[in-house]
Design a protein around this ligand. Structure first.
Ligand code: ACO
Length: 319
């Protein structure tokens, strides 16, 4: 374990809320199907002038404001995203420029829905043994720009948003700890979830997903990864106060809770109103749970992301 305190958590969601009925008016689907199969009721969709970098920048500004940390005190900015404004510059570099974090090294991380957990892992590695300092880890997405709005099997699932945390390795600044982790990449199954292909004989710009394959991957690997992460942290599943899972499907969350024999009350959810926001999913949830004071200092959190790559990752934190 190592000192790793979340000093601030924040999120940003576009104002525009799109209901299942609105989607049903433009494609062959229904509110009932979407609710029953996924747990999603509404999602937020970005306005034309809102992008992954603008949403992420506004989260970073909230983090600085909440924590009182000055922009030039930040050493690293990581943005996990699969829907950046550009291939280059990185979203993290845009955020760095926008907030004036002149001393920060900034880069993006591509691990789809596991991106935020992978980002926490990388940030912990960057800060371990380093002089006391600050880092920002964000997940930001405008998946509405990757989705094929003619494809009902994916279009109903995704939403836009951003979230993140400002962390420090300074033991004098808080008692938070990075307790352990478990991350895996299954690149041989990458074809089950792809987006924005550039080359090849028939390039496809859209997000494509084999929902059934990803579903069975998730229900198999998420319980394994959570169990391995908790074990690596020297804890048991019962010692975890909250399991913050990537919000892809309410049924996946229910099945994981059952598999781990843990009460569903330990698995906070916001999928009903946010949908699947990939890398932004877990930081948005974390930020809301902290703001609503359900997550308290001293509690043990297990964050688990899963998705494109295919990737899965668990990080165990003391908040
Ligand atoms: N409305 C109505 N019917 C639909 C819709 C829709 N929006 N979408 C699909 N259907 C139909 C299908 O055509 C199919 O019809 P058929 O039986 O006549 O062929 C039927 O509904 C069932 O389709 P399935 O794909 O088997 O439905 P399933 O119950 O598996 O639910 C879902 C699909 C929600 C996508 C589910 O598989 C899932 O959640 N998968 C995991 C997704 C995930 O975890 N992704 C990971 C992260 S994403 C990331 O990394 C970006």
């Amino acid at each position: 374990s190592q000192p790793f305190t979340i000093l601030a958590a924040a999120h940003e969601l576009p104002c525009r809320v799109v209901t299942n009925d609105e989607l049903a008016a433009q494609m062959d689907t229904s509110d009932e199907w979407i609710r029953q199969r996924t747990g999603i009721h509404t999602r937020h969709i970005a306005a034309p002038d809102q992008t992954t970098s603008t949403l992420s920048t506004s989260v970073a500004q909230k983090l600085l404001h909440q924590s009182g940390v000055a922009p030039d005190q930040i050493s690293y900015i990581l943005v996990a995203t699969m829907s950046p404004d550009y291939a280059t510059p990185a979203t993290a570099a845009q955020v760095q420029g926008n907030i004036g974090a002149t001393n920060a090294v900034a880069f993006d991380l591509s691990a789809a829905c596991s991106g935020f957990v992978y980002g926490l892992h990388v940030m912990a590695k960057l800060l371990v043994g380093a002089a006391p300092g600050y880092g920002i880890v964000l997940g930001g997405e405008t998946l509405s720009r990757l989705v094929d709005w003619q494809d009902r099997s994916t279009a109903v699932l995704f939403g836009d948003g951003a979230g993140g945390v400002l962390v420090t390795n300074d033991p004098a600044a808080g008692n938070g700890q990075y307790l352990g982790d478990d991350l895996h990449t299954l690149g041989d199954q990458g074809a089950y979830l792809t987006a924005r292909q550039l080359g090849g004989s028939d390039p496809d710009p859209y997000l494509r997903m084999n929902g059934r394959k990803v579903y069975s991957f998730a229900t198999r690997h998420v319980p394994r990864s959570l169990t391995a992460g908790v074990t690596q942290a020297g804890l048991s599943l019962t010692a975890v106060d909250y399991f913050l899972l990537h919000q892809a499907n309410a049924r996946i969350i229910q099945q994981v809770a059952k598999e781990l024999d843990q009460p569903l009350a330990k698995f906070p959810q916001n999928i009903a109103t946010v949908g699947n926001t990939a890398a932004a999913s877990e930081p948005i949830l974390l930020s809301t749970e902290i703001a609503d004071r359900r997550i308290q200092r001293g509690q043990t959190l297990a964050l688990c992301g899963f998705g494109g790559g295919l990737t899965v990752g668990t990080v165990i934190l003391r908040y």
